[in-house]
Design a protein around this ligand. Sequence first.
Ligand SMILES: Cc1cc2nc3c(=O)[nH]c(=O)nc-3n(C[C@H](O)[C@H](O)[C@H](O)COP(=O)(O)OP(=O)(O)OC[C@H]3O[C@@H](n4cnc5c(N)ncnc54)[C@H](O)[C@@H]3O)c2cc1C
Length: 282
Amino acid sequence: MTIDGICKVEKEVYSRRVTPFAGGVIGELYLPSSVEEAARLLAAFCEEAADFSVLGGGKNTLIAGRVSRAVCLKKMNAVSVDGNFVTAYAGAPLSSVVCAAYENSLTGTEALFGIPGLTGGAVCMNAGAFGTETGDLIESIDILTDDSVITLKPEFSYRNCVFPSGIIISARFSLAPGNRADIKARMNYIAAERRKKHPQEPSLGSVWKAVGSVPAAVHIEKLSLKGLRVGGAVLSPKHCNFIINTGTATAADYIKLMESVEAAAYEKLGITLKREVRILYE
Ligand SMILES: Cc1cc2nc3c(=O)[nH]c(=O)nc-3n(C[C@H](O)[C@H](O)[C@H](O)COP(=O)(O)OP(=O)(O)OC[C@H]3O[C@@H](n4cnc5c(N)ncnc54)[C@H](O)[C@@H]3O)c2cc1C
């Protein structure tokens, strides 16, 4: 089986098109539109021993160089509801899961409202906010492995999910019946809090993980580095766990700035900051 012709493919995709920062390029970006296409693609990659990366919405991923091949499931984006369960393909925006839950008077996902990215990315990152993590709500996920689709409940930990090597195809959320007006009120509250606390410029969200139970921002605040700039990348004056793009930031700017903050945290506070952002390069 050859890779050519299995599904839509875009060539030489600059990172700024798929993530908020420039400087990287994806040689071939594969966009399967069905499980069958994704399975044939994976089989062809295996046959040709071709390495590949998986990209969701690119909201937590810095593409820092050349990436030969990436697969993105954004065309596989259907969401369905049965009883207390919402099932979403990995390419569905997380927001459409939250909205489907609301429309069907199901509670549980409200705290995830406003987290950018796709369902596959949210599962993989165990994305969370305001006391709820994606993993808390997952009944099972379907993963496409080398030779089959398997259904399982993965192990989740803080901003991490352990699953067999492969591509997450879909996720089934287990929710509870709720009052529609209460769900809406909670979503509005969450949205307002996010607007108040988070910078509105393009970013990849939180750069560093909490240190134990202490948010990284609490430590970084002590370094008085807000506004620190490398090229077009700036440590947000509004929230010091965000690096924002003021227009021309590249992945290299982002990494240099990140390293400066990490060095200062280690030298001045004795703290090793761990990255939440994932960096993609070969
Ligand atoms: C303004 C802003 C606010 C944010 N706020 C939050 C927040 O409150 N809480 C939070 O947790 N995060 C937050 N984030 C980070 C980001 O939104 C989440 O991590 C999100 O879940 C990433 O989803 P994505 O689809 O963009 O994933 P990507 O960045 O594309 O990918 C993330 C990881 O998942 C893997 N992956 C993606 N899809 C699949 C798949 N189908 N199969 C296998 N692996 C896959 C990728 O290989 C990569 O390792 C924020 C980001 C921004 C820009």
